[in-house]
Design a protein around this ligand. Structure first.
Ligand code: AMP
Length: 284
C-alpha cells in the first residue's frame, strides 16, 4: 500500500490503475479510522480492483465553533488499518493541497435536503462535504464510492449531487457498524467520558424501541418521535438537538400515516460531544 500526500501523486496512481483497466473504489474519510470505516474499505476491496482511501479532516465542513482543531488525527494507525482491509493507496493531503487558491469554488446542493436535520445547526456543513467529495471524485475517478448509513443525511445529499451533476459512478451505502453495547462507531466517541458513553447508549436503545413500535403497526410519526424524545430525555446527561422523521429518498416531509421508507434521525449532545444516529423505518 502506498501513502501519498499530493494531487500529482494521486493522479499518477489513478492513471496507472486506469491504464491497466482496473476498476477503482474510493472511500472518503476524515481519518481516526475504526471498524465503520474498515467495513467500507472491505466492501470497496471486494467490489473493485484498486482501492483509494482518503484521509482528510476537511476544514470547510466545520463551523467556526466546531471541533476542527480537536478532531483526532491518527494517520499511522489509519494506514495500517487501511492496508489490512485491502487499500492500495491512502491519500492524505494537506488543506492547502485540497484548497490551493481560495475557498471560492463551491459545489452546493440547495433546498430543504441540506437545511433540515444537521443543516439547521450546521449551515455550511454540507456545502463543505459536497465540495470536497467532488474534488475527490475528480481526482480518484472511482467506479464506486463508499459511504456509511451512519451519516444518513450526507448520503441523501451526495445521492442528489451525483444524480444532478451526472457523476459517472455508483454510490454504495454500507450499514451502520456499532460497538457491542449498541453505540454507533464514530471517531468522535473518543471524546466521551465513561459516564457519557454509558448515557449515550440511550440513542441506539430508543431507536430500537422506535423500530419495534413501527413494526407493531404504529404509523404516526409524531407518536414515534415523541416516544424517542421521552426516552432520551430520561437520560440526564443528554441534550437533544433533534429527533425527527423524514421520508426517503430525499428527506421529504413525512406523511401521516407514514408510507414507504422513512428516516428516523437523532442528534444529541452528551457533554460537549454531539452524536448522531438513525434507523430506517420501512415495511419488510
Ligand atoms: P468520517 O471519517 O466520519 O467522515 O466517515 C467516513 C465515512 O465512514 C462516512 O461515509 C461515514 O458515514 C462512514 N462511517 C462512519 N462511522 C460509521 C459507522 N459506524 N458505520 C458505518 N460507516 C461509518
Amino acid at each position: 500500500m502506498k501513502l501519498v500526500h499530493t494531487v500529482v501523486e494521486l493522479r499518477e496512481e489513478v492513471a496507472q490503475a486506469k491504464a491497466q483497466g482496473l476498476t477503482i473504489g474510493l472511500v472518503p474519510t476524515m481519518g481516526a479510522l475504526h471498524e465503520g470505516h474498515a467495513s467500507l474499505i472491505a466492501a470497496a476491496n471486494k467490489e473493485n480492483d484498486f482501492v483509494v482511501v482518503s484521509v482528510f479532516v476537511n476544514p470547510t465542513q466545520f463551523g467556526p465553533n466546531e471541533d476542527l482543531d480537536a478532531y483526532p488525527r491518527t494517520l499511522e494507525a489509519d494506514c495500517k488499518l487501511a492496508e489490512k482491509m485491502g487499500a492500495n493507496v491512502v491519500f492524505a493531503p494537506s488543506p492547502k493541497e485540497m484548497y490551493p487558491s481560495s475557498d471560492d469554488t463551491w459545489v452546493e446542493v440547495t433546498g430543504d435536503i441540506t437545511k433540515v436535520l444537521c443543516g439547521r445547526t450546521r449551515p455550511i456543513h454540507f456545502r463543505g462535504v459536497t465540495t470536497v467529495v467532488t474534488k475527490l471524485f475528480n481526482l480518484a475517478q472511482p467506479d464506486r464510492a463508499y459511504f456509511g448509513q451512519k451519516d444518513a443525511q450526507q448520503v441523501e445529499v451526495l445521492k442528489r449531487m451525483v444524480k444532478d451533476l451526472f457523476f459517472p459512478l455508483t454510490l454504495r451505502v454500507m450499514p451502520i457498524i456499532r460497538e457491542a453495547d449498541g453505540l454507533a462507531k464514530s471517531s468522535r466517541n473518543t471524546y466521551l467520558s465513561a459516564e457519557e458513553h454509558t448515557a449515550a447508549l440511550v440513542l441506539s436503545r430508543s431507536l430500537k424501541a422506535a423500530k419495534a413500535m413501527y413494526e407493531a403497526g404504529e404509523r404516526d410519526a409524531a407518536k414515534i418521535t415523541a416516544a424517542v424524545t421521552a426516552d432520551i430525555e430520561k437520560e440526564p446527561m443528554s441534550n437533544i438537538d433533534y429527533v425527527e422523521i423524514y421520508a426517503l429518498p430525499g428527506l421529504e416531509p413525512v406523511a401521516t400515516p407514514m408510507v414507504g421508507s422513512n428516516l428516523l434521525a437523532v442528534a444529541v449532545k452528551f457533554g460537549t460531544t454531539r452524536l448522531i444516529d438513525n434507523v430506517v423505518l420501512e415495511e419488510k
